[in-house]
Design a protein around this ligand. Structure first.
Ligand code: NAP
Ligand code: FER
Length: 341
């Protein structure tokens, strides 16, 4: 065995951030590769996912899931390869996905692993379009917002892992897709490559509310909110009658010390008899298989495309995570750790 197969590099939470996380909030350690117990599987990381929800797990604030403790390995989705298996459902060499953390090797409860078919799509899509972000786009758009043909569907965070898919699901359903994001390169990609009908740069727009009105002349029927804050306030000014809003994320609020004041114009919810609903992807777990089948079909038919933003090297995971929060990524932010054996 070479050294990389006997040593396990792990990235632990070292301290809780106030405001923006920094690389100092993480500690890098090297330990022996663990042995799987009965019914357990040893997995080697090939890809790690970095996602906005991890910012919440770094904080002790009460939430849906328990926080990562100081000194614990950072939580996160992994696509890996089975190295040893004490469970009959998994064999060495197979590709799996699970919440296995920022480390080279993880011992996993076989019941919490999903087997990935590498012939279906590139394996890293198991934490992207054919994983948690894809499931988010699918259920929050179709089930919560119920888009109808002809609706204007506006998505914030439009060039990210979730947002890029939302616009394309809207197009598949005969809607007009409008995206808001923070870079002209991102906007050019979603408009030219993904077929969004109109785009808005929230960072360079002088009057965001006017920009939304211009991009959505009949008002916003569906607002898929990934960011909150000032962007949402500009959208609320432009709601259509009976608008549906899904609160999927509020990333503009994740790294601020003192909470912002809320949107000041909820009056437009009243005027338009709009509906707003919070969404958590894990509530839809039982229906992932059906969504995965349909999404895989759309990818195969060329109806859904996606982009990825890849950082190389496990040790770069904290940098990749912080860069994603700051908007460096076009599409799904990923860390490539190793090639399959
Ligand atoms: P992502 O969009 O791929 O990456 C995050 C993006 O957020 C950045 O690229 C950046 O793009 C944007 N951003 C950062 N700060 C911002 C600010 N102050 N205002 C506006 N945009 C800002 O991430 P993702 O994985 O697809 O997640 C998107 C959102 O969905 C997040 O809010 C996340 O928490 C949420 N989410 C929720 C669920 C759920 O179950 N509820 C599941 C998955 C994701 P720009 O260049 O455009 O600024
Ligand atoms: C996310 C943001 C928040 C997300 C989950 C949450 C799955 C959950 C928050 C909580 O548990 O309080 O992007 O993605």
């Amino acid at each position: 065995m070479n050294q990389s197969q006997t040593q396990n590099r792990r990235i632990l939470l070292a301290s809780r951030p106030t405001g923006w996380p920094t690389t100092d909030n993480f500690k890098h350690v090297t330990e022996a590769v663990p042995e799987p117990g009965p019914k357990e599987v040893l997995v080697r990381a090939l890809w790690l996912s970095v996602d906005p929800y991890m910012r919440g797990r770094m904080s002790a604030a009460k939430s849906y899931a328990k926080p990562v403790e100081i000194g614990e390995v950072m939580t996160g989705g992994m696509v890996g390869q089975v190295v040893k298996s004490n469970h009959k459902a998994f064999a060495p060499g197979e590709i799996v996905e699970g919440s296995l953390g920022w480390q080279d090797y993880a011992v996993a409860d076989a019941a919490l692993l999903r087997k990935i078919d590498p012939r279906l799509a590139p394996i890293q899509t198991a934490v992207g379009i054919l994983g948690m972000p894809g499931m988010t786009a699918y259920f929050a758009t179709l089930e919560v917002c119920q888009p109808k043909a002809g609706d204007t569907v506006l998505v914030s965070g439009a060039a990210g892992a979730v947002g890029q898919i939302v616009g394309q699901i809207a197009k598949i359903n005969g809607c007009r897709a409008v995206g808001i994001a923070g870079g002209d390169d991102k906007l050019a990609y979603i408009q030219r490559e993904l077929g969004f009908d109109a785009v808005i740069n929230y960072k360079t727009s002088n009057d965001l509310s006017k920009a939304v009105a211009a991009a959505c002349p009949n008002g916003v029927d569906v607002y898929f909110d990934n960011v909150g804050g000032a962007v949402s306030e500009a959208v609320f000014n432009n709601l259509a009658f009976k608008a549906r809003i899904v609160i999927c994320g509020q990333i503009s609020q994740y790294n601020i010390d003192k909470p912002d004041l809320g949107p000041r114009n909820l009056r437009y919810m009243l005027v338009n008899r709009a509906r707003m609903e919070g969404f958590l992807v894990w509530d839809w777990r039982d229906r992932y298989p059906e969504a995965l089948r349909r999404m895989a079909g759309w990818i195969k038919e060329g109806k859904i495309k996606y982009s990825e933003h890849v950082t190389e090297g496990l040790e770069k995971t904290p940098d990749a995570f912080i860069a994603m929060l700051k908007g460096a990524n076009l599409g799904k932010a990923l860390v490539k750790v190793a090639d399959p054996a």
